[in-house]
Design a protein around this ligand. Structure first.
Ligand SMILES: [Zn+2]
Length: 63
């Protein structure tokens, strides 16, 4: 039996500070969440006004 190639469980990490996250968490703390939000507001993530493409880029590839 060699069918033990289960998908590797990668611990999710805070995209802001890189700390490991608990299950269900998107950020390690409210502060990091605010930081991420701030990035959006400051245009770090340029969002084209008007039509917004509905493209979900998976989860777990945020550099
Ligand atoms: Zn964090």
């Amino acid at each position: 039996m060699s069918g033990t190639q289960a998908a590797p469980k990668r611990p999710r990490r805070c995209p802001i500070c890189g700390k490991p996250l608990a299950a269900g968490q998107r950020f390690c703390s409210e502060r990091c969440e605010q930081v991420d939000l701030g990035r959006w507001l400051t245009g770090a993530y340029a969002i084209p006004a008007g039509e917004e493409p509905e493209e979900d880029e998976g989860t777990g590839g945020q550099a």
